[in-house]
Design a protein around this ligand. Structure first.
Ligand SMILES: [Zn+2]
Length: 327
């Protein structure tokens, strides 16, 4: 609804048809599962007994996949220059359960910030991760743009070639595809992304999608808490801060790596949070559902079996259980 029609009882379409104005109602009116107790989550992210489990860079225009176990914090940091990242998330033990950007957008907003949650696909539809920290906290600007979007997609070689007639050297879709291969996942497992640090919106008049250069600066970070064991993939987008329109050449000098830190809060703090958040509860599956798709939720056991059976290379695990590949 635009500002003009908000004060009128009618809306006139572009062909002159007149519509009675109806109230705009939220589809999901902030249900309880979307309202995280902030004090409990803050206690987790600021736990004085926090341990650093892993710290590594995702090189510029490249991707990495890694485990984040239940209760661990995954922090994405802009550490060399303004840079956008494309994130995919799966249940570590059942890759059919993956991030669902559309439902996340409906439950929260077009752009995510601290205390919002990343939800998984059907038939699971439960919080996979909850955002603990967003140092940018951009809000919405005068153009209607926000940061950390769940409305865009990932850059991919197919649309690039269709639109420009030229092949692309590298895209987020390819970066993520390569990164997840050792986990036995393929291109078809790559899904609509969580666009971290990306500043986007819809033009208020034409409603077309736009991007503007990311406002993220060195030191900015977004962090999320794993609600259960996750496989996470991150691509440092070859578009850099996305200040250059898609299809135009992007010089290497404006693309940067992203830093990933995985931290482990104390069990005592986590217990308090998970006493409230219980994402492991399985809902009954549909009678008409494919039994395999509606497989029960598996927690924490069989790590080696899942990865060993399908992985194309043996993953190495640190003592803390975090898996790092390609370093
Ligand atoms: Zn990209």
């Amino acid at each position: 609804m635009n500002g003009d029609s908000a004060h009128h009882a009618y809306h006139v379409g572009p062909k002159g048809r007149v519509f009675k104005r109806r109230p705009a109602l939220p589809c999901y009116d902030s249900p309880p599962q979307t309202r995280v107790p902030r004090d409990l989550l803050d206690a987790v992210s600021s736990d004085p007994d926090m341990q650093l489990v892993a710290s590594f860079q995702v090189p510029r225009s490249d991707g990495r996949a890694f485990r984040v176990l239940k209760g661990q914090l995954c922090r994405f940091v802009v550490n060399e220059g303004s840079q956008v990242g494309d994130v995919n998330v799966w249940n570590l033990h059942n890759h059919k359960e993956r991030f669902y950007s559309g439902k996340t957008r409906q439950l929260h907003a077009s752009h995510l910030t601290a205390y919002d949650r990343l939800w998984s696909c059907m038939p699971f539809e439960r919080p996979m991760a909850t955002i603990t920290v967003d140092t940018i906290a951009y809000g919405w600007d005068e153009d209607g743009a926000g940061v950390h979007d769940v409305i865009g997609t990932r850059c991919d070689p197919y649309i690039h070639e269709r639109l420009t007639g030229k092949s692309h050297g590298t895209t987020c879709h390819e970066n993520i595809t390569r990164a997840i291969k050792p986990f036995g996942l393929t291109e078809r497992d790559v899904h609509d992304v969580f666009n971290i640090f990306m500043c986007t919106g819809f033009d208020p008049k034409s409603h077309t999608y736009f991007a503007k250069g990311s406002p993220a600066e060195v030191g900015d970070a977004i962090e999320m808490l794993a609600e259960f064991d996750l496989l996470v993939a991150l691509s440092s987008c070859p578009q850099g801060d996305v200040s250059i329109p898609c299809g135009q050449p992007v010089p290497d000098s404006v693309t940067f790596p992203l830093l990933v830190e995985i931290r482990q809060p104390s069990q005592a703090t986590l217990q308090q949070y998970f006493a409230w958040s219980d994402p492991t509860t399985s809902l009954p599956s549909l009678p008409c559902a494919d039994e395999q798709d509606a497989a029960p939720l598996v927690e924490r056991d069989g790590l080696g079996a899942v990865l060993g059976a399908k992985g194309s290379e043996a993953p190495k695990r640190s003592d803390s259980g975090t898996l790092l590949l390609g370093q």
